[in-house]
Design a protein around this ligand. Structure first.
Ligand code: NAD
Ligand code: FES
Length: 279
């Protein structure tokens, strides 16, 4: 069983958990994800690994309450056990010595870009990291990111912390300033990753997007996570989750994400009503 070793509420709907999973911690690489089930009847949800301790045998996840399963997960406490926990899944990030690279985390995506950033710096790269959130309180893991990067740039949509603007505004300035950026990693909302690709394209800088597709089995069997990359159908769970963002069919990807919005909302409403009925 997979015990919740530590649980922290970071914001209204933002949580972090440290889960005991020695075999996953031993094998996991930056960029990979896990799929978990809170209970036997629950759905399977994919979550990117935010941190790993191989010796202590835990992995850290960071999640936002967006539907029924994340609501249930947030209600679990330290000492509780998850029903199922599978991983590590997906292909690891391609960590190499490139020179100067930029990593970007938007919102909860900051947690997911952290292990990639750390690994790139350890591999000898000069890593410029950009993190952004809607407002000051939603900037997470700032200290960890500062340690993991060569230079950390922070921005908020509303200007409540450091500076005002999207991560893409900061990225444009970095690309104007730095003439030798070799590669960019983007993790966050799909629209952010799409706009990042629009920004890097004229500079001809390879850009890796970590696609948060809708997943069911996570093993390449159901097809729900399919995405078109360079005209070919790929499965995010086994061929990704990282892809060359300049080759992703973004309009199709954004549409597919919206497809399940209504069902997700309905499922959450039914769950909340059942909780109210239980008193
Ligand atoms: P958010 O909507 O608050 O956006 C975070 C940041 O992204 C913003 O502060 C801004 O800097 C940037 N951004 C947003 N819209 C933009 C636009 N149109 N143009 C340029 N930049 C833009 O993020 P949130 O509420 O924390 O949501 C997190 C999202 O990230 C969820 O959709 C979740 O699915 C996704 N996510 C993805 C991954 C992944 O692996 N790709 C991992 C974790 C979370
Ligand atoms: Fe089913 Fe990827 S989640 S094929």
């Amino acid at each position: 069983m997979y015990e919740i070793l530590r649980r922290e509420k970071w914001q209204d709907v933002l949580y972090s958990m440290w889960l005991k999973a020695p075999h996953i911690a031993r094998a996991a690489q930056p960029g990979q994800f896990v799929i978990l089930m809170t209970d036997e009847k629950g759905e399977r949800i994919p979550l990117t690994i935010a941190d790993i301790d191989r010796e202590e045998g835990w992995i850290q996840i960071v999640f936002q309450i967006v539907g029924k399963t994340t609501t249930k997960l947030a209600q679990m406490n330290e000492g509780d056990e998850l029903y199922a926990f599978v991983g590590p899944l997906g292909k690891p990030s391609e960590i190499d010595k490139y020179g100067t690279v930029v990593t970007i985390g938007g919102g909860t995506g900051i947690a997911c870009v952290y292990p990639i950033t750390k690994a790139l710096k350890e591999a000898g790269n000069r890593v410029i990291t950009i993190i952004g959130a809607r407002t000051k309180d939603l900037i997470i893991m700032e200290d960890e990111m500062r340690k993991a990067s060569t230079e950390l740039l922070v921005t908020t949509d509303d200007g409540s912390y450091v500076r005002k603007g999207f991560v893409t505004d900061v990225l444009d300035e970095v690309l104007q300033r730095e003439k030798n950026v070799r590669k960019v990693w983007a993790v966050g909302p799909a629209i952010m990753m799409k706009v990042i690709c629009d920004v890097t394209k004229p500079y001809n800088v390879e850009t890796i997007a970590c696609l948060n597709a809708v997943m069911v089995d996570g093993t390449g069997m159901c097809g729900s996570c399919r995405v078109t990359v360079d005209g070919e159908t790929k499965l995010t769970c086994v061929d990704g989750p990282e892809f060359n963002g300049h080759l992703v069919d973004w309009p199709e990807f954004l549409n597919r994400l919206l497809k399940y919005d209504q069902q997700e909302k309905q499922s959450l409403e039914i769950y909340n009503e059942s909780l109210e009925a239980e008193g």
